[in-house]
Design a protein around this ligand. Sequence first.
Ligand code: NI
Length: 190
Amino acid sequence: MKSEKLKELRIVHYGHPALREPAEQVGRVSGEIKALAARMIELMNEARGLGLAANQVGIPKRLAVVVIEDEPTVLIDPEMVKTEGSQKGEEGCLSLPRLYGEVERPARVKVRATNLSGKRFTLEGEELLARALCHELDHLDGRLFVDLVDESTLHWLVRTRNGEEPVIQPTTLEDALKVFLLAEEGARRR
Ligand code: NI
């Protein structure tokens, strides 16, 4: 991918077909993949996210970036090796901005992935990291947190003026997804 094309990449929102596409294996870590990973880290940081999967920039390849101890970590062709226990907690997604809800996830996970040097490594995570790893690996299979969310906890977090507390607005899954689909449709027409 040319560098101009990389610059044009944006985080896509619910309704974009790449979010539902099972991603393809990456295999060899080419210069192109390294450049894509670097651009994804940039986009994740700009959006202040904790993770981003390639599907979310419209490229269904098995590549994700996750913040671990404040450092962005690149996961290529990641696989879930082991899960243990369970935890319930709030989740959101850069592809479904402002929408949050509780999702049940394993309490501890072990993931195997390839790094930017092409070496396989194993990563263990619990609590928030376990949740982030599950969330990003789900993206690579075309799965979103709204597929697993406890609908009774689903809500919009609406920020009003600077300095004011954000407002929590309960919503149904159907209504929330409609909002995103209408916005996507509008964006396509422009
Ligand atoms: Ni997400």
